[in-house]
Ligand binder design. Sequence first.
Ligand SMILES: Nc1nc2c(ncn2[C@@H]2O[C@H](COP(=O)(O)OP(=O)(O)OP(=O)(O)O)[C@@H](O)[C@H]2O)c(=O)[nH]1
Ligand SMILES: [Mg+2]
Length: 429
Amino acid sequence: MFADRAKIIIKSGKGGNGHVSFRREKYVPAGGPDGGDGGKGGDVIFQVDKGINNLSDYRHKHKFAAQPGEEGGKRNCHGKNGADLVLKVPEGTVVKEAQSGKVIADMSGDNQRQIVLVGGRGGLGNQHFATSTMQAPKYAQPGGECIELEVLLELKVLADVGLVGFPNAGKSTLLSRLSNAKPEIASYPFTTLHPILGVVDIGEGRGFVMADIPGLIEGASEGVGLGHQFLRHIERTKVLVHMVDGASVDGRNPVDDVIAIQKELSNYSEVLTKKPQIIAVNKLDAVPDQKDEILKELKDKFESEEVKVMPISAVTGEGIKELVHEIADILSNFDDKPIVYEQEYDPQEHLFENETFTVTKSEEEEGVYLVEGPKIEKMLGYTNMESEKGFLFFQRFMKEQGILKELEQLGIQDGDTVRLYSLEFEYYK
Ligand SMILES: Nc1nc2c(ncn2[C@@H]2O[C@H](COP(=O)(O)OP(=O)(O)OP(=O)(O)O)[C@@H](O)[C@H]2O)c(=O)[nH]1
Ligand SMILES: [Mg+2]
């Protein structure tokens, strides 16, 4: 079954706890602490797999979890890291937070692999907490939290050109003529049941991708027929070829058809109406005598700077060359990059949404400021300061959470120390 939507729950691995233990050696009555660190929890990673073209893998199973890290052991034994979970998706899959619909990841273009949920960091074993005054610490750090999130996967295929129109207009016939795609073609409506992509070769090593989607009918944008869910697939296209049956084989009127489909496009999204459009008047081979009249009527009514009306016959091939030429012409105004969606939601940032923190000036040490609380612990639990991305996130976190502002209000000066548990840095404005 072809599936282009799925709702699943994903969960990263919790970090393994740090361990509390003490060395035991012969003739040494009380050895030092030797509790090892916990392992890091596994990440949930989305990865494009060019070998799959839909989301059916996610229709039957709904929960996907990376492995937790193992607890540290005695004798400084490091707990094993939890295995990452790699979820393979077709190119063009958009991962959204299920409640808000905000984009977390767009698996297309340069973004072929993205860590969506970071596993918790491993907790430090008690050996890290020995100090001159506390030589036998009974404390070890707990592992970092895992994150569980419901996400919506939506496939929005990557095509340059979208083919739209009523069922039976001849969309698939055109695609099969122009590309190596082999869509089913038949003289009844709703022959095509899911989007089909074809590469159209325009010579000199150039080409474009055309998407044939199931036919639209009135009410498609409200979910009637198959239309609505498939309009999603043309959101990324740069040009729309709006195909209309010029011969009225199904007894409808071409002018009314064009109006009806344009209404559906604009009801679905303004984005679609802003795309350049070509109205391809098909099946004109079937009405040789009325051809000119039909074409003139459509041109008078719909042709404008943005919309061109072109006669074709997907069966005889008449007008096809001109159509492809026109498409290529419009596409040459765009760069080759696919339209991608920006990230609007970072699951990591929401992990500590309802948690609190405090900012205080140390009473014992001069020029030291303490930032503490569950929010900070959680943030540190998954942020990898050694990676550039983690460090940038940390900087943004300090600003967005108002921590920097609070430090300033407490009178922090350049060169003072900011301490977040085991992490310390010098403050410079
Ligand atoms: N005479 C004539 N018939 C055509 C032409 N193009 C397509 N047809 C016929 O129209 C019928 C429908 O063609 P399809 O390509 O399956 O139409 P479609 O728009 O993909 O239809 P759906 O997938 O149902 O939306 C078939 O019987 C085709 O042979 C044409 O240029 N001239
Ligand atoms: Mg079709």
